[in-house]
Design a protein around this ligand. Structure first.
Ligand code: ZN
Length: 404
């Protein structure tokens, strides 16, 4: 068989096919952007007659591209001054109550031109790609009005066309109650429920609908109203649950059959069991706890032990996690959430693909899957957890093409 790209002699090849799927001296061949052969180098070479491009991966780990399953990558401005306020003792909820936090990014995003928003986001995507992320879930939620939320969806669509990274669009109109609706969260909830119908009728490019269910954001009742409407319109649903306060967002995710429940920093045992039972992917975001300087992290160990599928993501956003690095999330997850290196790498690839409905296409290296592949500058995958603060990714292949 002729192939476009052949990678041979990987010291460790991780296919993620039933667990890590570790193959010593592994190879993978790609054609037309898909994987056509994978396994021990000798077996793959027996099937491949020629390759347009060949990479020798001796001394390298080869694994699937990272899927960042939870990001707020589209935004304008920054909150560096607010960061110093937090260092001096103000809490995230104090800052939010004073009109800072998400609201300051909403003002900057509303004021930015399309070109400014595109350029700022593209720069972040470039860094994500160099760090090995090949698929990114991207949320709206810094518009919080009909027009700006639609502008954010257009930016995501445009970048999906023009950037090597594949973006998965999530509508998060319920990220915060905007200034125009302060004290009237129920009215803003009604606005979103109504606007969802319009967004669907317009055929807007939305795959998921998400709600920030927490203290200072949306109640369980408001979240349920939005997510029930979204589900009725045919959207799959996600929820920010139990980041600061245990309101019952994770239980709601289980009850409504959400694809994922994200954060889960203060989720109790009965809700962890409910997520596992309902098959809701638990997305843990250790970069946010780190970014806030909190000592408390989501208990991924307990989630895994309860039988839940656990995914990792950056939660990249200008307030609580200004970090594009999935390798750093793996390093944090192993230190603070109770995951082993193997579990964390599975969480950053295969399980993260499941969190964005891409398990048939991405997150593992098996025949027929999209050829999103990384080469690391280390020969043992556990270095992803062991080392931190540097970029271990030396080659990035997206849809069978070497892009980094
Ligand atoms: Zn988030």
């Amino acid at each position: 068989m002729h192939t476009d790209l052949l990678i041979t002699h990987a010291t460790q090849l991780l296919t993620m096919d039933g667990g890590l799927g570790l193959v010593a001296d592994g190879a993978v061949a790609c054609h037309d952007g898909r994987i056509v052969a994978v396994g021990p180098t000798a077996d793959v070479l027996a099937q491949v007659d020629s390759a347009a491009e060949a990479l020798d991966a001796r001394g390298h780990v080869v694994l699937p591209g990272f899927v960042d399953a939870h990001t707020h990558v589209v935004y304008a401005g920054d909150r560096v001054a607010e960061f110093e306020m937090r260092l001096r003792g103000a809490t995230y909820l104090d800052i939010m109550a004073a009109g800072g936090g998400i609201m300051s990014t909403v003002r900057a995003t509303r004021a930015a031109s399309d070109d400014e928003l595109l350029a700022a986001t593209r720069t972040r995507l470039d860094r994500m790609l160099s760090l090995g992320t090949t698929t990114v879930e991207a949320k709206t939620g810094y518009g919080l009005d009909g027009e700006t939320e639609r502008r954010m969806l257009r930016v995501i669509e445009e970048l999906n066309r023009s950037h090597a990274i594949e973006l998965v669009p999530t509508y998060l109109g319920a990220h915060a109650v905007p200034a125009e609706y302060i004290g009237r969260a129920d009215d803003y909830t009604d606005f979103i429920v109504d606007d969802l119908g319009k967004l669907a009728a317009e055929g807007q490019p939305i795959e998921f609908v998400d709600v920030f269910c927490d203290a200072g954001a949306f109640t369980v009742e408001q979240s349920a109203a939005i997510l029930t409407r979204a589900r009725a319109l045919g959207y799959r649903i996600k929820i920010h649950a139990d980041e600061f306060a245990h309101l019952g967002g994770a239980a709601l995710a289980a009850r409504l059959g959400a694809i994922s429940a994200d954060h889960l920093a203060v989720t109790p045992a009965e809700d962890r069991a409910a997520l596992a039972e309902a098959g809701v992917v638990a997305v843990v975001l250790p970069g946010t706890s780190f970014g806030l300087g909190h000592a408390h992290y989501a208990d991924a160990r307990a989630l895994i032990d309860a039988g839940a599928t656990v995914a990792l993501a950056t939660d990249l956003n200008p307030g609580t996690c200004v970090c594009e690095s999935m390798p750093f999330m793996v390093a944090l997850a192993c230190r603070y959430t109770g995951m082993t290196p193997g579990e964390a790498v599975i969480a950053a690839t295969r399980n993260a693909a499941a969190a964005v409905g891409r398990e048939r296409e991405n997150g593992s290296l098996t025949v027929g899957k999209v050829a999103d592949i990384l080469l690391l500058d280390v020969a043992d995958y556990r270095w992803l957890a062991y080392g931190f603060g540097d970029n271990p990714v030396v080659r990035v292949i997206k849809r069978g093409t070497v892009v980094r």
